[in-house]
Design a protein around this ligand. Sequence first.
Ligand code: UGA
Length: 437
Amino acid sequence: MSVVTIVGAGHVGVVYAAGFAELGHKVSVIDIDRARIASLRRGRTWFHEPGLPELLARGVRRQRIAFTTSYKVGLARAQFVLICVPTPISTGGSLDDSYLRQAFAQIRANAGHPAPIIVNKSTVPVGTGDAVSSVFAGDGVRVASNPEFLAEGRAVDDFFHPTRIVIGAHDHEVAEAVATLYATLKAPIVITDPVTAELSKLASNAFLATKISFANAISQIGDAIGADGEQLTHVLGLDPRIGAGHLKAGLGFGGSCLPKDLAAVEHLARSFAAAAELFSAVAAVNRQQPARVADHILARFGSLIDRRIALLGAAFKAGTDDIRESPGLALARQLVELHARVAIYDPVAGARVRSEKREGVVVTRSALAAARGADAVVIATEWPEFAALDLPAVRRAMRGNLIVDGRGVLEAGRARSLGFDVVTLVGSRHTNTPAAR
Ligand code: UGA
């Protein structure tokens, strides 16, 4: 059992807190946001993550997790301090490490003795681990980079079944000490230097982004020449060298990680005169996906003035209420710019969209309510309830009959037999896909 302090009660920090408590460690969570800490104390997470509230409640019940806004209190007996603060993109395109620096300053001022090992889990500008080591040089503080690979919506499962644990440290003993935190999990552990660990995280997300844009680009070709896009990516995925994951064509990737880390890799490539074109092309294909749908809808109606579009799904993917960089909301923005009226329904993220008060957009409480009077329905998030839509009822509620399946969840043949005009983004000779711009 180790005493672990987690700095940052975000998606990553809270999952690690609950997970480490389950593994038997004693955990303190520090966050400067009082409201967050207050709700976590009541056992409530401030975001949607399946299985997390139960896991967290168990840790709290067993008195293995405490929450505080005070660095002094939270760091009192820490052997390890996990940094889980956000690193957004700065205006110059590099990762913004200002939250990270604030956290380091607080740790420096408040850490007890003996000094804890500082474990950085935030996705950071490459080289941060070395920079941090030099900040703490002389303080006896030891530092490691230990990137996280949790995907939202399945983060609890990812915590207990990691595909790999990467620990970057110059001091092998420090890396071994960090590895003990995960001793009961079965996963390959890669011990390396901090720069390699940090770049491995960015590269993993950039590669996942590349696979998705590749699938989207191939689906466009497939559609143009009459190949079945779904079968195409199925064939690709059967090759273990390619792998089936992240090959699903659709509205494109969003969220707080893939777009940001792809941009960070592109920025690095530009800084070091490496092949940045690869990464900018991946981003460009991704930007085109919502635009292709907007163009298709516009072409279908000639003008979107007074047209009503129902957008089913605002979360950047199913299983989360996170709407950051949501491709569906990017599409909504474009449709509103074209003067359409957009009704959005999302089973989990609706409240978040409503609270943002987006112009030209209403948020409804059901898919049917969004579809009422709509000229077109667009499925933007792969929520299971959209695969099980009551299509005859949707058809009756709508004014038009266009349905755009942006996530490949519908049985297109069945929808067509019910009188829908079906468009998918997977590129299939059985369906018509919006042409590339
Ligand atoms: C991603 C990585 O998958 C995690 O390994 C990583 O730890 C995490 O970022 C992070 O850096 O913290 P996440 O952003 O939660 O996780 O979501 P993904 O499941 O990777 O999906 C990202 C986007 O790609 C979503 O918008 C999703 O709809 C889209 N996607 C995914 C596709 O369009 N096609 C696919 O085949 C898969």
